[in-house]
Design a protein around this ligand. Sequence first.
Ligand SMILES: Cc1cc2nc3c(=O)[nH]c(=O)nc-3n(C[C@H](O)[C@H](O)[C@H](O)COP(=O)(O)OP(=O)(O)OC[C@H]3O[C@@H](n4cnc5c(N)ncnc54)[C@H](O)[C@@H]3O)c2cc1C
Length: 413
Amino acid sequence: MKIAIIGGGPAGLMAAEAASTAGAQVDLYDAMASVGRKFLLAGKGGLNLTHSEPSEKFLTRYGTRRVQIEPLLASFGPAALRAWARGLGINTFAGTSGRVFPKDLKAAPLLRAWLRRLRQTGVRFHMRHRWTGWDEQGMPLCSTPDGNRSVQADAVVLALGGGSWPQLGSDASWVPLLAGRGVHIAPLQPANCGFNVGWSEHFRAKFAGHPVKSVAIVMQSHTGTESWHPGEFVITETGVEGGVIYSVSASLRDEILAKGLATLRLDLTPDRDLPRLTHDLSRPRGKRTMATHLQRQAHIEGVKAGLLREVVSKEDFADPARLAAAIKSLPLKLVAPRPLEEAISTAGGVPFEALDERLMIRSLSGVFCAGEMLDWEAPTGGYLLTACFATGRAAGVGAVEWLGKTVKCGLGK
Ligand SMILES: Cc1cc2nc3c(=O)[nH]c(=O)nc-3n(C[C@H](O)[C@H](O)[C@H](O)COP(=O)(O)OP(=O)(O)OC[C@H]3O[C@@H](n4cnc5c(N)ncnc54)[C@H](O)[C@@H]3O)c2cc1C
């Protein structure tokens, strides 16, 4: 049985491993000169493979897609993933936040060991093969440096990634190819992304590149309940970006889509409550400047003071109670998410509703999908890779099972 995997990111490589282990002859095709480029980039800041939090909490990270992802994680979840890495000689550890990393934090040693093992099990790699559509027989067609080439396989797993960081290979060029075969694709959108604010020239020139530390974002749900997200972020030339922003970016993006604007509420002094802050700021200022008063009484200086000056009116600045309220809930108007190309990940893609339980496209017999090209999203924290590995494994196993059980009537028919 011959299975073609198109796309050599973590999802495609895992599909290749699963199918090859189950006895299939696996050929893996990728548009780039080497596989796993985004995976290697992910390793630059410390490869966050998965998360060690309890399964119930872990599953909530997939939002409404929990229903579809849960059974896949039951087969290959965080613990299985860590054991799998150990099998490649890569031990992992959970940091204080619960995030799980390889001992040396890097992606390259893991990828090297993995590729070695895949080659040993007989997986054949075909680089610079860009999938461009289907030939007259309905087989996948790739453009290669030697011209067009049809892929000969009994089943195909597409693991083509989302649309972020297209320079690393996943450029979403698959969207019109699948849409052209009648597969409904949920529009691709940036996930775990930054936002445009529209800073004043003065603020941008002075603070672009500055980190804003020890803050919290206060989010309000439709029902009015507040959630509190501590962390840090960076002021960029155009707006805001970074860890705590990513953690709430999905709902901010959706709010902008619905209303044209979203308001981010920042708590600049998470360790001091409003009554205490109001009391501290109400102390007599004497001859001290407002900047010194803020620094002494509230430890607000530098970029935090700059943010206050950027957002708060002169009148509110002069009133200790109103100033304290602004410090505890500073409204930042977000006008647009940053483009998909810059995002960490992609929302949207092939909806699970278009797939069967083996991740085969219902309307394209023998064509399976895995990884970030599926319509799910999750925050950073290892949840992205975990679901890519789990869906890759499910699609690889699914293709083998389907071939074992099905009298084929032809790929993609
Ligand atoms: C800066 C950064 C840091 C990240 N850090 C983390 C992290 O620490 N933890 C975490 O969980 N996630 C992280 N992620 C996200 C994670 O890397 C991705 O979710 C994951 O790589 C997606 O895997 P995938 O296999 O679905 O797609 P990809 O890794 O995007 O792989 C898709 C592959 O398909 C190939 N391809 C695309 N189109 C074609 C075509 N037409 N023909 C042939 N081949 C094609 C591409 O060349 C590529 O090799 C990070 C992402 C970024 C950008």
